[in-house]
Unconditional design. Sequence first.
Length: 322
Amino acid sequence: CRYLAVQLSPAIPVFAAVLFLFAMATLLRTSFSDPGVIPRALPDEAAFIEMEIEATNGTVPQGQRPPPRIKNFQINNQIVKLKYCYTCKIFRPPRASHCSICDNCVERFDHHCPWVGNCVGKRNYRYFYLFILSLSLLTIYIFTFNIVYVALSESGCGGAGGWAGEGSGDTAGAVPLTLLTVLEVLICFFTLWSVVGLTGFHTFLVALNQTTNEDIKGSWTGKNRVQNPYSHGNIVKNCCEVLCGPLPPSVLDRRGILQQEESTAPEESCPRGPSAPEPAVTFAFSPQVPAPSLSSAEMPEEKQQTSGELPVPSQDTGQAEH
């Protein structure tokens, strides 16, 4: 960097530093952003969906396989199937898929990227694309100026070895520095094939308004030859929608508290004794879940009944205890 800054221009290392910082910023933004996780259905919602499915499909005889849980949805005069997720207990929106690694349904699921340690979906795809694009430019930039440095050092222009040895004419010090630069050229050359190739592949997907998941499954290029209903038929419009469109807000409530599901019927008919274990309270990403009431272990002794039957505290009592 010092040699190129003195012999050519000081803007060379500055621009490399800017590219590096931009690539790191987009990497962190992709890693720590919500990719578009869809919350799981609450117990009441899951029971209602199950009741709807049973009313639609009817009673399945024992030993027969139930029909697939699919809903048809029309987009741009084309029928798109909404599949049911047995883990999240919801019908997934169009283009959504369940990630087996994150164990969440992600809206406009593209893929799970091990580089960033996160899913790539609707809310962070543009940051992922900017990350691989800036990383490709940085790799090409370093590769180019490494070749320039090797060419100048071999020709002896400006005394390239002066930065490795004691004097500007010390050619012995230039040998190990040039070898390190050649090694860096080789590393950048083999890195270019993967990074630039990945950037080109995602550029192709952005131009078609398509995801990696849809491309792998052949959703729009398979035997049915169904056209992509999400494509505008224009590269500019597709790029603007994917990279410049408005981001939907996150539907996750990171401060929500989810209480473990309890069955109230057995409690009314068969009261628990004082030694019965209390229901555990777990924390989860759940939208707008009210705070749980206090258990009997948290209540004062004078408010507990001596007969062993535990009363259910009201909401006002729970707030007063807090």
